[in-house]
Design a protein around this ligand. Structure first.
Ligand code: ZN
Length: 170
């Protein structure tokens, strides 16, 4: 079967792929490499610091991170360590463009995954890197940053988002 066309368009809130649990990658083949290339292109174009495969419509467990000069692609990433310490910081998402909100995350996270050349690696994240790791892994589980807000704050943010979308469409 021919590969489905891979898009570099970032899908936005409301697209069901963002709410599905992504599938593990079983073989790192040329189609997985093409998916990661599309992810990197989409992330760079949007000036993002991280992207998960569902954000380009692909339900596979792959994330890309580009923070403080560190660039990583992780396949089948899993968080293996989280601090109990938390901090609140403003967070946004390329799939919910134009709005942001303070989100509480753990300050330290260690993620284990496989690189494109099939090496197992562990990344130790502090601060922004720890936040991005948690945000991108959430995407693989169908979770968005807005899910970490209280229902009232989430409603407010989504109303704001809908208003901005309406204005953009006019
Ligand atoms: Zn996101």
């Amino acid at each position: 079967m021919a590969d489905k066309e891979i898009s570099t368009e970032i899908v936005t809130y409301g697209n069901p792929v963002l709410r599905r649990r992504a599938e593990p990658v079983t073989v790192i083949d040329s189609s997985i490499k093409r998916i990661t290339e599309a992810m990197v292109e989409a992330m760079l174009r949007a000036n993002g610091i991280g992207l998960a495969a569902p954000q380009i419509g692909v339900g596979k467990r792959i994330i890309a991170l580009d923070i403080d000069g560190e660039f990583h692609i992780l396949i089948n990433p899993e968080i293996i360590e989280l601090s109990t310490d938390e901090e609140e910081a403003t967070e946004g998402c390329l799939s919910v463009p134009g709005v942001d909100a303070p989100v509480t995350r753990r300050t330290h996270a260690v993620v284990r995954g496989v690189t494109l050349d099939e090496k197992e690696i562990e990344l130790v994240g502090e601060g922004l890197m720890a936040r991005a790791i948690q945000h991108e892994i959430d995407h693989l589980n169908g979770v968005l940053f807005i899910d970490h807000l209280t229902p009232a704050k989430r409603r407010f943010l989504l109303k704001e988002y809908a208003r901005m979308q309406r204005e953009k469409d006019q």
